[in-house]
Design a protein around this ligand. Structure first.
Ligand SMILES: Cc1cc2nc3c(=O)[nH]c(=O)nc-3n(C[C@H](O)[C@H](O)[C@H](O)COP(=O)(O)O)c2cc1C
Length: 305
């Protein structure tokens, strides 16, 4: 499938379909179900400086055309990633680049995780989850305040020479403003969108369905919002955009590519069908053949009004 080869800020991929952070663990759980080497790239679960326990249950619930999650970024910390998970991925998925999703509660935490990952064999790039609460500034998410967004991207940029991909939050008024800030502070590419803040109530118990009360909405319900934001951001910046949000099949992915995304990520769909990303890559290839297009790059951003 040479029609699908993709280069995102120096990360070479056999196709533009990646699996999204937090929906694919660190690959191990899926290795018995799919061939990891057929994926464009694997984005790991958010990884912090030390282990985080996450939120108490209930942490997920289904909603019409989607799901809410409030996992709370549970993970084993960066040392376990470097010593255990990355070496495993290198042997099990040697042909698939691994992008580490980085989380932190302070600027120093983000920067230190990035510093430790710099130069680690098997790490192709960093995706920076800027939706984390900043504990030093009253818990406001880094990604919703322009000056904190700038600070975190600058801090990580200084700490690493790896490709740097901030992941934008949709929970803002103007996502293009955040996108421009990230690029000005050294981002090599952008990914969007993270989940939309929501909640759900059980009318029988009259309680919130999630122990955390609020959670992140994902799945088909968010797709029109994600597609609109990807189109806006791709029109506003010159770096590659990685689009995601409700992509369930090849037609969905093609919409994102036409809107200007250079690659896509598949998240919630993995829970429904672990083969989703592989089937989507195949479906994009079929579309190109049917339309007589020689390379996927030729359709990116070609939507017409
Ligand atoms: C259970 C779950 C856990 C997630 N964990 C993370 C995470 O650790 N870091 C992150 O940046 N995004 C995380 N996300 C967001 C997804 O990577 C993705 O941005 C979002 O779900 C939208 O894509 P989708 O509709 O295809 O799922 C998580 C999403 C889900 C459903």
């Amino acid at each position: 499938m040479n029609r699908l080869t993709t280069d995102i800020c120096g990360i070479q991929m056999k196709n533009p379909v990646m699996v999204a952070s937090g929906t694919f663990g660190f690959g191990k759980e899926y290795a018995e179900l799919i061939d990891l080497n057929l994926l464009g790239a694997i984005v790991t679960k958010g990884t912090s400086l030390v282990q985080w326990d996450g939120n108490p249950p209930e942490r997920i619930c289904e909603t019409p055309a989607g799901m809410l999650n409030a996992i709370g970024l549970q993970n084993d910390g960066v040392d376990s990633l470097i010593n255990d998970k990355i070496p495993w991925l290198q042997s099990a998925a040697a042909d698939t680049p691994v992008i580490v999703n980085v989380v932190g509660k302070t600027l120093d935490e983000y920067a230190e995780v990035a510093r430790r990952l710099d130069g680690v064999p098997g790490v192709a790039g960093l995706e920076i989850n800027i939706s984390c609460p900043n504990v030093k500034h009253g818990g406001i998410a880094f990604g919703t305040d322009p000056s904190m967004c700038a600070e975190v991207v600058r801090a990580v940029r200084k700490a690493t020479s790896l490709p740097l991909i901030p992941k934008l939050s949709p929970n803002v008024t103007d996502i293009t403003a955040m996108a421009r800030i990230c690029v000005d502070c050294g981002a090599d590419a952008l990914s969007l969108i993270n989940t939309l803040l929501g909640t759900a109530i059980d009318i029988k118990t009259r309680k919130f369905r999630l122990a955390n009360i609020t959670g992140g909405l994902s799945g088909p319900a968010v797709k029109p919002v994600a597609l609109r934001m990807v189109w806006q951001v791709a029109s506003a910046v010159d770096v590659p955009v990685i689009g995601m949000g409700g992509i369930m099949n090849a037609d969905d992915a093609l919409e994102f590519l036409l809107a200007g995304a250079s690659a896509v990520q598949v998240g919630t769909a993995n829970f429904v069908n672990p083969q989703s990303a592989i089937e989507i890559a195949q479906g994009i290839d079929d579309y190109l053949v049917t339309c007589g297009v020689e390379h996927v790059d030729e359709i990116i951003g070609t939507v017409q009004s």
